[in-house]
Design a protein around this ligand. Structure first.
Ligand SMILES: O=C(O)/C=C/C=C(\O)C(=O)O
Length: 69
């Protein structure tokens, strides 16, 4: 049973997340020739304050970008 876990920064709409899950599901079914009912897709939204990339959180990066604009 394929289980596909996606971590993504918060900020997308429910519809965007639903579309992402559907497309990932369909890709797995095609690529793996897996029965559709066997594929699981789990999305975890991460708050920007809890995502550190290159020593800077996404929240800090966004604040810096806003300051530059
Ligand atoms: O890790 C990074 O530098 C940025 C990650 C951003 C995302 O994953 C996102 O926009 O969801």
């Amino acid at each position: 049973m394929p289980i596909i876990q996606i971590s993504i920064a918060q900020g997308r709409t429910s519809q965007q997340l639903r579309t992402l899950m559907g497309e990932v599901h369909d890709a797995a079914v095609r690529a793996l020739d897996a029965p559709p009912a066997s594929v699981r897709v789990l999305v975890t939204e991460v708050p920007p304050t809890q995502w550190l990339s290159g020593g800077t959180t996404l929240f800090e990066r966004a604040a810096e970008d806003t300051g530059r604009a």
